[in-house]
Design a protein around this ligand. Structure first.
Ligand code: PMP
Length: 373
């Protein structure tokens, strides 16, 4: 069976698995304990993981906060800013094509009195800078939160431009980078306007249940204050209390190291696989196939398309012994995709839409399975 749902989750890399194992049974110390070897070893392992993540994204190690995943990171940053800076205003800008962990957080804040602007998107799901500027102009926000790369379509927002706008106007900017890590090259040291960034371990061949919230210092090197979601022992620079999941943190650290090491090879492999997949779909389904994703300025390896006259759920079930693919996001599979709605797709088109998301460890010849569907 060929797994083509790598934006939902990925297989843990062999090197990640091996790196994690000792931290379950031999090195089980609590990194917040002191002086004895088990604790010091755990602390050293967490610090190394922090350094690997910092090197991958281009920030300082003490700007890396470990969480349970991108959902928590998004909640923590958005609610944390909203609460801490509520005296400065109650306006937050986001977009209609965000992941539910951002959208639902914003809806929650709306219910308790915040004003949320949900920016419209173009036909590929990208926001327009003019719309962002006019929303900022209408009422300066306390936070702008915009997805880097869309999990359904793969489209990339112009984060460089958005970062510049927010830096210039001194507005805090958060981006959910969950889908682009290891697939799009960037360095936060050159994106000064990005104050917060989130991602999950399991999308980059790391374990589930661990993620990162990058919380960068301000331009004079002071820590950015936010209200924590979890109060307690003050771990993670007081941003996120709770005993650290050392094995998972070691796992995401190793996955980050591998993502940085293999990024060039992975981008070119994903680009090659995507092209082959596109060609195979066209040769198999001809005029019946319509691509919803843009072919450029996107995350390599994400293909969103519809097959006219085909019911997506039935298609997936029918072929489930040979391939695993999805109708869109795994996080909202019971509702019609809000992303496809936002880009103007009809209900019929949404019901025929499928998403293939590739991984660099797939062999080109494995894709031939598409020919036999
Ligand atoms: N943001 C994006 C863009 C995602 O694709 C996902 C996972 N589908 C998340 C956030 C949430 O990640 P997790 O489920 O690991 O918390």
């Amino acid at each position: 069976m060929l797994y083509l749902d790598n934006s939902a989750t990925t297989r843990v890399h062999d090197e990640v698995f091996q790196a994690m194992l000792p931290y379950l049974q031999e090195e089980y110390g609590n990194p917040s304990s002191k002086y004895y070897t088990l604790a010091e070893n755990a602390k050293r392992a967490v610090n190394e993981a922090r350094e690997s993540v910092a090197a991958l994204v281009g920030c300082e190690p003490d700007e890396v906060v470990f969480t349970s995943g991108a959902t928590e990171s998004n909640n923590m940053i958005i609610k944390g800013v909203a609460h801490y800076y509520s005296n400065n205003g109650k306006h937050i800008i986001t977009s209609k094509t965000e992941h539910p962990s951002v959208l639902e957080t914003c809806r929650f804040l709306e219910r308790i009195g915040y004003k949320i602007t949900y920016l419209d998107v173009d036909k590929y799901g990208r926001i327009l800078i003019e719309d962002l500027l006019s929303a900022i102009h209408s009422e300066p926000p306390i936070l702008v939160t915009l997805l880097w790369g869309n999990n359904e379509l793969g489209s990339l927002n112009d984060i460089e431009k958005i970062s510049m706008v927010c830096e210039e106007k001194n507005i805090m900017f958060h981006t959910d980078a969950t889908q682009i890590i290891g697939k799009v090259k960037f360095n936060l040291s050159r994106l000064k306007g990005v104050r917060f960034l989130s991602f999950s371990g399991h999308k980059i061949h790391g374990p589930k249940g661990v993620g990162v919230a990058v919380i960068r210092k301000d331009n004079i090197g002071k820590r950015t204050k936010i209200t924590p979601l979890l109060h307690g022992g003050g771990q993670e620079f007081e941003y996120r209390s709770g005993t650290l999941a050392v094995h998972n943190i070691v796992g995401i650290g190793k996955a980050a190291e591998i993502a940085a090491r293999d990024i060039d090879r992975n981008i070119s492999k994903l680009t090659q696989l995507e092209k082959r997949c596109r060609d195979l779909l066209i040769s198999k389904f001809g005029d019946q196939v319509v691509f919803n994703s843009d072919s450029k300025n996107k995350i390599p390896g994400i293909l969103n398309f519809l097959i006219k006259g085909v019911n997506n759920q039935r298609f997936i079930i029918k072929h489930s012994d040979r391939i695993a693919l999805s109708t869109g996001s795994a996080c909202s599979s019971t509702k019609p995709s809000h992303v496809l709605q936002a880009i103007g797709k009809t209900e019929n088109e949404i019901r025929s839409t499928l998403r293939i998301t590739l991984s660099a460890d797939i062999e080109l010849k494995e894709l031939e399975v598409i020919n036999n569907l």
